[in-house]
Design a protein around this ligand. Structure first.
Ligand code: UD1
Length: 356
């Protein structure tokens, strides 16, 4: 059973769903409803060929306790109804933690995909979610060597396995499809290829405090090229609440894109500016320079290899955007695009109904 609820989890679910089906196992998909806008949810199921969810909890938005609790309150019934051999949870959202806690309490084995990532920033909701989920899980499926080291240093080595990064699997497939169809710039006619930055900002740390959001928006508005902000509903809601215009100077806001269009937009851009974890890695895999508007990153390999720069203050953001092109590299710290197969094989071997 996969439990998903937020946009990046649908991307990770796609290759897992395909691998489980290929190997002839039954797969139940539970959608918590944390993300409910069609552009944050439905389009991913459609474009990535994911089967419709078997159960939908419809929890919607709320404070951390309300949202996490609403999922917990409904999961007992769902788990008893389907009685899965394994509950697979993804990444670091409130849906991840809630599903993991529900499953351990009812003694269903839990596997955590994208285990072992750490920012060491205890103020981030994602950091609480990932640490607690790793320690609840029976099997920690790690995307990188660095993640494996974090798990080992927390005493979780025996239940951990390096499988690679499943987002890489999807990205390579979608990139090839996008390139086969001409790799068209989705902003053609409006922003020329190589002449704009593709941006996303949505983390609580950058959006919840109006002063911080104003600082980030001001910095982006002063960029040397147009900044196309693919605005997550959270940043739109917060900007509107605090009277911060998302159309100013170089900055312009657009709706979030479906996955293939996002990949096309990154490929056609001069660079990415983001606080998303997934997009930092996607930029690296597409070899597009990335500026990350945070103090730390879980994807340290992208920084070490020179393709990602952490830039938190306005001056740092400006300097990072105009930095020289990174050195080419053929390093592959996120695997070869076959992580989902490795993850499913490991789940079946360790937690499947016939596993010892
Ligand atoms: C969540 C994850 C974050 C992940 C992100 C991906 C947690 C704690 N955070 O953040 O780690 O990077 O998803 O996008 O789980 N909203 C809508 N429509 C939607 C969903 C949200 O309008 O479909 C608005 C609501 O105003 C809501 C706000 O966005 O209050 C925040 O949504 P929420 O689900 O709490 O977290 P995200 O910011 O999306």
């Amino acid at each position: 059973m996969s439990v998903v609820g937020a946009r990046p989890q649908f991307v990770k679910l796609a290759p897992i769903a395909h691998s489980i089906t290929e190997l002839g196992h039954e797969h139940v998909i539970v959608h918590t409803g944390q993300h409910y806008d069609p552009m944050l949810s439905d389009v991913f199921f459609r474009d990535l060929g994911i089967p419709a969810p078997d159960a939908h909890l419809g929890v919607g938005s709320g404070t951390h306790g309300v949202q996490t609790g609403a999922i917990l309150a409904q999961m007992d019934e769902v788990l008893e109804r389907f009685r899965p051999d394994c509950v697979l949870v993804y990444g670091d959202t409130n849906s991840t933690l809630a599903a993991a806690v529900s499953a351990v309490k009812l003694h269903f084995p839990v596997a955590h995909l994208e285990a072992g990532l750490r920012s060491f920033n205890r103020a981030m909701p994602e950091e609480h979610n990932r640490v607690l989920t790793d320690h609840a899980a029976d099997l920690c499926l790690a995307p990188t060597e660095v993640a494996m080291r974090h798990l080992a240093s927390e005493g979780l080595a025996e239940r951990s396995m390096l499988v690679g990064d499943v987002m890489t699997d999807v990205l390579y497939q979608v990139r090839d499809r996008v390139l086969e169809t001409g790799g068209a710039n989705p902003f053609d006619g409006e922003f020329e290829s190589g002449g704009y930055y593709a941006a996303t900002i949505h983390r609580a740390e950058n959006t919840d405090d109006p002063e911080r959001l104003r600082e980030v928006v001001d910095a982006l508005s002063q960029a040397d090229k147009p900044v196309v902000l693919l605005a997550h509903p959270r940043v739109r809601a917060k900007a509107e609440a605090h009277g911060i215009p998302l159309e100013q100077g170089a900055l312009t806001a657009r709706e979030p894109l479906a996955y293939p269009q996002l990949i096309a937009a990154v490929l056609a851009s001069a660079g990415v500016v983001t606080d998303s974890g997934g997009l930092q890695k996607e930029a690296f895999l597409l070899r597009v320079p990335c500026t990350t508007v945070r103090r730390e990153t879980e994807w340290v390999e992208t920084v070490e290899l020179g393709w990602n720069v952490l830039a938190n203050t306005p001056d740092e953001i400006t300097a990072a955007l105009t930095r020289p092109s990174p050195e080419p590299t053929d390093a592959a710290p996120y695997g070869d695009g076959r992580a989902a197969q490795a993850a499913v094989a490991e789940i079946v071997a360790r937690l499947g109904s016939n596993a010892g």
